[in-house]
Design a protein around this ligand. Structure first.
Ligand SMILES: Cc1ncc(COP(=O)(O)O)c(C=O)c1O
Length: 400
């Protein structure tokens, strides 16, 4: 019996942070390292949003607020869901937390009992299984494949559902693959969920605005209104408005759930930062034109990275619809040796070799529950992306 809670033993330390730490150490020791591990836009928060925060401070909006968010932000959330997703919510169905991650945590903590299962399609964002485990639930993974462009098959979803299934955590555009479902691809999945009325849907739409070409974003309750009464539609300002440090995530869903999440938040963090909430009112209500401009910059970077990676020997990289990640396979690089005599057996070996021999930091697929792949975040400069892809090409070409 140690001092630290058993619940914490069910949780893995973040492997994405481990890679970032190693890259930072190498950099500090004078090595030339390019980090492609970060999960945040390299753009700055737009000025109108910063100004709204400064005004809030000047106006004395510096006190506790309602636990579940200020009325002005809940109204902005209701308008956003109507305008962009065609979903009708009342302000009493809206919930604001210090970050999207905290929204998910509140939803799980407020609903899971020991033995409850939560379906998590793999590869997944690293935090889902750990949040589920911390809250006493059991993550159940549904694997996807490169051939399916990492999209879940309806029959695989159906097979994973048991009487104990409480939730599915659905995320698209996906971290780590960038995959996003079209309406036609999503409908067969919502059809499966309609056959299992005991399963609730937490949809993480965080990357909604980072979509490319003619892809049109859709969210489950929009495709299948029959799911509305058991869907928590989650979103946030972190990725779309380059506001990762402000810590604001939000959601809307059935009142009974929102009330339970509010109760939990009242005894944990209380309200999200008042100043950040006012900044988020401006983010959601203010001008939206820069979203398309930034998406265009991300699309150009995606195209560059996908094309250069597909020229690397042994790498196969599908073109994702959204987010700022690609998830190439390194299957063709396994069971080979680097010029320095390192044997590459797993994606973790590949990633370590790439970092130590070429100074490029990426994250192994094992961290996201599907190997042998690696994740690249292309939220960095074109020059850094070109140089790192050249190094990846050289690393792969030198494997024997
Ligand atoms: C899919 C996904 N959901 C949620 C989050 C968390 O966002 P926030 O910064 O609002 O907690 C992230 C951040 O990396 C993410 O990638």
């Amino acid at each position: 019996m140690g001092f630290i809670a058993d619940a914490l033993n069910r949780v893995q330390p973040s492997q994405t942070i481990a890679v970032t730490t190693k890259a930072r150490e190498l950099k500090a020791a004078g090595h030339d390292v390019i980090g492609l591990g970060a999960g945040e836009p390299d753009f700055d928060t737009p000025d109108n949003i910063k100004e709204a925060a400064i005004k809030a401070i000047r106006d004395g909006q510096t006190k506790y607020t309602n636990v579940e968010g200020i009325p002005e932000l809940k109204d902005a959330i209701v308008r956003k869901f109507k305008r962009e997703n065609g979903l009708d919510y009342k302000p009493s169905q809206a919930f604001v937390a210090p970050g999207g991650k905290k929204v998910i945590f509140c939803a799980m903590m407020a609903t899971l009992n020991p033995g409850d299962e939560v379906i998590v399609p793999a590869p997944y964002w690293v935090s889902y299984p750990d949040i589920v485990s911390l809250c006493g639930g059991t993550p159940v993974f549904v694997n996807t494949t490169l051939a399916d462009k990492f999209k879940m098959r309806p029959e695989a979803l159906e097979a994973a559902i048991t009487p104990k299934t409480k939730w599915i955590i659905f995320n698209h555009p996906s971290n780590p693959t960038g995959a996003a479902y079209t309406a036609a691809e999503l409908k067969p999945l919502t059809d499966v969920l309609m056959r299992h009325p005991h399963v609730w849907v937490l949809t993480d739409d965080m990357y909604e605005h980072l979509v490319y070409d003619d892809y049109k974003f859709v969210t489950p309750a929009q495709i299948e209104p029959g799911l509305y009464d058991r869907t928590l539609t989650m979103n946030g300002v972190s990725k779309a408005y380059a506001m990762t440090g402000w810590r604001i995530g939000y959601a809307a869903g059935p009142e009974v759930l929102v009330k339970a999440m509010t109760k939990l938040q009242s005894q944990s963090t209380s309200n999200a930062s008042s100043v950040s909430q006012w900044a988020s009112v401006e983010a959601l209500n203010g001008p939206q034109h820069f979203l398309a401009e930034r998406a265009k910059a991300f699309k150009d970077r995606r195209d560059l990275v996908v094309s250069m990676l597909n020229q690397a020997k042994g790498i196969e990289c599908p073109t994702p619809e959204g987010a700022f990640y690609v998830y190439p396979s390194c299957a063709g690089c396994l069971n080979k040796e680097t010029p320095k005599g390192r044997f590459i057996k797993t994606d973790e070996d590949f990633v370590t070799g790439l970092l130590e021999e070429e100074g490029v930091a990426v994250v192994q697929g094992a961290a996201f529950g599907l190997s042998p792949f690696f994740r690249i975040s292309y939220a960095t400069s074109t020059e850094a992306l070109e140089e790192s892809c050249r190094r990846i090409q050289r690393f792969c070409a030198n494997l024997r």
